[in-house]
Write a new protein. Structure first.
Length: 147
């Protein structure tokens, strides 16, 4: 039996990327792969929405060190706490990929939508008419006494 953890058998680049509290998603593709030409833009589009909740890497298999869990392209690996949680060979459809992102990262919070101001221009005009400025205050005070 080996006493090494699965993390120690990886290249140093992958070990450094996986030592984080955030979920890590690795996409492996190749520029000469026809399936990757279709899959990478779909993956990037889905991953763009989750970029603040996870560390997401798009890797070219020709340029990056070999990963032991990658046997073909495109491959997506979902890691949490340094452990492999899910391996996808191919990405499937956009909907299934979004389901995997939601399952492994969590639901996205709805974006902040600014509320419409509760006051409009008519309210502002009416409020300004009612304001009692210093000259108007003197007028009112002088009218009370002898008007």
């Amino acid at each position: 039996m080996s006493s090494t953890s699965p993390l120690e058998s990886l290249a140093p680049v992958y070990r450094k990327a996986l030592k984080t509290w955030r979920p890590v998603i690795l996409y492996f593709g190749n520029e000469h792969c026809p399936a990757c030409e279709w899959a990478e833009p779909v993956f990037r589009e889905v991953a763009q929405r989750y970029r603040h909740q996870a560390n997401i890497y798009v890797l070219n298999t020709g340029e990056s060190p070999r990963h032991p869990n990658v046997t073909g392209t495109p491959t997506v690996l979902f890691f949490k706490d340094g452990k492999l949680r899910k391996k996808l060979k191919g990405i499937g459809t956009r909907e299934t990929l979004e389901e995997y992102f939601t399952k492994h990262i969590g639901r996205l919070r709805p974006r902040y939508v600014p509320h419409k101001p509760s006051h409009d221009l008519a309210w502002l005009r009416q409020t300004l008419r009612r304001l009692c400025t210093v000259p108007r205050a003197f007028e009112r005070l002088s009218c009370r006494g002898g008007c």
